[in-house]
Design a protein around this ligand. Structure first.
Ligand code: WTA
Length: 657
């Protein structure tokens, strides 16, 4: 293509507001009949049997939905199944020799597992876990990076009915300890380390530091990822993964029969208070829901080589690297490292090399690719791609179009999927074989999902107006409660409109949104005290308590400020005690404190020292004003402040005026 043709094309794309699904895609799509929306509506809640039909049940369920104790909904009641059987055993006859996992390490080493091989190792590790004393319903914590043993351990836990609680490997030792204590988890599976941008990182020391903060006895299994690149010693109560698996070579472990409503896993996520929330997902509803959305939205077929480039430490990886794709018997790709190592074309090299058919990633990554330039994807043949997806934060139309054009070559639909840890799976997105795509807008709610945009009184807003997102009906993949905390579950998600006399059970995701005339929803971002850094959810209270723990800090506030690449970045405002200097050393100590308490992802972009924080007359910190200052926006109303002068002082510090 000539330069001028290229320029014309870019100009046309820049103006275009709506894109139709490519005909070639529609022809082969798993779901392409628009009547599905009406069918689900007419047949609700029984429409969800379509999701359950994608799963193998040992015992059929009696009822699709039981709602006599709202909001503690139950799905596929009295059904029995096992998730590990669904992801492994049932594929053995038809796809035993086909690849289940295609893994690549950052240094370029590869490992492949057919369904038969994955089944074998999961059985062996399940037997080993049992031998170590893991019983049904014991919570097993998995603190591991992107290595094959992570999904293996998840499936081994599922096989013996032990819920897993995966803690993102980038989280700190303290974060690990908090989560193990909260779940009363006595078992940990971790590893010696992993590769990051060419370095062999020690992970075990961090795990051991975390274990030191756990207030009960623990048993730990350690995977050897780094071999000779990193020697590690096994402490008391530590077992080597390879030895355990070798000791149980050939073992068969019957998948434990689980009730549909039995817990499959726990996933801790950030909320408004400092305490992470233990989101509980169940076996029947969750597995059905992620299978259905993988089928309908990601268009997964068994013969695909599907790649979700997220980390299994977050919900996206649970639902769309492990459970959804493996339940459907496809090949799921895993990559250990970063997209810029050894060069900025690493992802495209993988897509090209493995003939990846679907790519599901985050807007923060797409913004980085765009900044690096199209020369990197242009080096490779990406024609194997059939569908592109994004998740985790709003995607701006410019990045959407860049992805569509330079990665998808205008021949792949792009699904912008809105959902949360709590929803288990996707909720708002176009169906790729049906819906017109509008860059920047996720799309309509999925068939059967009732999402709306309302004002503070719960009334639906007019098209184009900003409001709050709500979900007005339950869905199979929904969280069932917060672990051992039903009260907080209700307070956090179901209580928003009780003051305005609304007695219906409406789920409140804590996101702002607007809706257009076609019912397309654009998600604007969080309305609670959660910061979304590169698609990672962080609680302001968690960050603030980390900063206040730093010696010499009297008080602190953390807010999210706009950031070109990360979407949002952490800004911390800090008041020091008398006798401490507002200098570089103190700033470093604040940053280190946050990294130690949470992890490098929460590292503050700016530490701003201030003599006071803007507070309302009732003493509440006005975070919104601090956000305006961080963003250099016009300041909102300051008249309700007890100390309006402080705002000028802080602004002067941030802008250096
Ligand atoms: C945000 C990640 C806009 C949103 C699966 C939500 C999005 C939070 C989108 C959940 C999207 C996720 N467009 N915003 N397509 N997807 N979000 O629990 O604010 O880590 O509430 O789950 O991410 O983050 P979580």
């Amino acid at each position: 293509m000539s330069d001028s043709e290229e320029t014309q094309l870019e100009a046309r794309l820049a103006e275009q507001e709506a894109f139709e699904p490519p005909a070639e895609f529609v022809e082969q799509a798993n779901v392409s009949d628009p009547s599905i929306y009406e069918e689900f509506e007419d047949d609700w809640p029984d429409c969800w049997e379509r999701a359950a039909d994608l799963v193998d049940w040992e015992t059929d369920y009696d009822e699709v939905l039981v709602d006599d104790d709202e909001p503690f909904y139950e799905w596929f009641v009295d059904g029995e199944l096992n998730a590990s059987h669904n992801c492994l055993d049932r594929h053995l006859d038809s796809r035993g020799d086909e690849l289940a996992i295609q893994w690549e390490g950052e240094p370029g080493d590869t490992r492949e597992f057919s369904y038969a091989e994955l089944h074998r190792e999961v059985n062996e590790f399940a037997a080993a876990l049992r031998d170590l004393g893991v019983e049904e319903d014991d919570v097993v914590t998995l603190y591991m990076p992107m290595i094959p043993e992570l999904p293996m351990a998840m499936l081994a836990c599922a096989r013996i009915g032990a819920p897993h609680s995966v803690v993102f490997a980038g989280f700190s030792a303290d974060a690990l300890a908090t989560r193990m204590n909260a779940a009363d988890s006595q078992f940990l599976v971790t590893c010696d380390g992993y590769y990051r941008r060419g370095d062999a990182l020690d992970h075990l020391s961090k795990a051991d530091d975390g274990l030191a903060g756990v207030d009960h006895d623990t048993t730990t299994v350690v995977v050897d990822r780094l071999g000779d690149d990193h020697d590690h010693a096994l402490g008391d109560d530590h077992f080597d993964y390879d030895d355990l698996v070798a000791d149980h070579a050939g073992a068969d472990v019957d998948p434990v029969t689980r009730d549909a409503e039995d817990m499959l896993f726990l996933m801790y996520t950030s909320g408004t208070t400092g305490e992470p929330k233990g989101v509980k997902h169940t076996t029947g509803g969750y597995l059905s829901y992620v299978s259905w959305t993988s089928h309908a939205v990601l268009d997964v077929k068994p013969e695909d080589t599907y790649w979700c480039a997220a980390d299994i430490g977050w919900i996206t990886g649970h639902s769309y690297i492990v459970y959804g794709p493996l339940a459907l018997g496809t090949t799921t790709v895993m990559y250990e490292g970063t997209p810029d190592h050894p060069d900025n074309d690493r992802l495209w090299e993988l897509v090209d090399g493995y003939d990846v058919t679907q790519l599901y990633t985050a807007p923060t990554a797409i913004r980085a690719f765009m900044k690096w330039g199209e020369e990197y994807p242009d080096r490779h043949d990406l024609s194997s791609l059939r569908l592109l997806g994004t998740v985790g934060e709003p995607i701006n139309p410019k990045a959407w179009k860049w992805y569509y054009r330079h990665i998808g070559d205008e021949s792949c639909p792009v699904v912008d999927t809105w959902w949360q840890t709590e929803t288990g799976g996707m909720m708002i997105t176009t169906l790729p074989g049906i819906g017109t795509m509008k860059p920047g807008s996720a799309g309509p709610p999925l068939p059967g999902v009732d999402a709306r945009v309302v004002d503070a009184d719960g009334e639906e807003v007019a098209p184009g107006e900003a409001g709050y997102l709500t979900v007005d009906r339950p869905w199979p993949g929904m969280l069932r409660t917060l672990y051992k905390n039903d009260e907080r579950f209700i307070e956090e998600y179901w209580d928003a409109y009780s003051d305005s006399g609304n007695d219906e059970w409406i789920y409140f995701p804590e996101d702002g949104a607007k809706i257009d005339d076609d019912g397309y929803i654009t998600v604007l971002g969080r309305v609670d005290d959660v910061i979304n850094v590169s698609g990672h959810r962080l609680g302001t209270m968690e960050i603030e308590s980390a900063v206040v723990d730093v010696e010499g800090v009297a008080e602190a506030a953390a807010v999210g400020g706009d950031h070109e690449m990360k979407g949002e970045a952490v800004y911390t405002y800090v008041i020091l005690e008398d006798g401490y200097e507002e200098d570089e050393e103190t700033r470093e100590r604040v940053i280190e404190g946050v990294e130690e308490a949470i992890g490098p992802i929460a590292r503050p972009e700016e530490v701003i020292f201030t003599p006071e924080l803007p507070k309302t007359r009732s003493g509440k910190i006005m975070r919104r004003l601090l956000e305006d200052i961080a963003n250099d926006d016009e300041l909102g109303n300051t008249s309700t402040l007890r100390n309006p002068d402080v705002v000028d002082d802080i602004e002067a510090k941030v802008t250096g005026d």
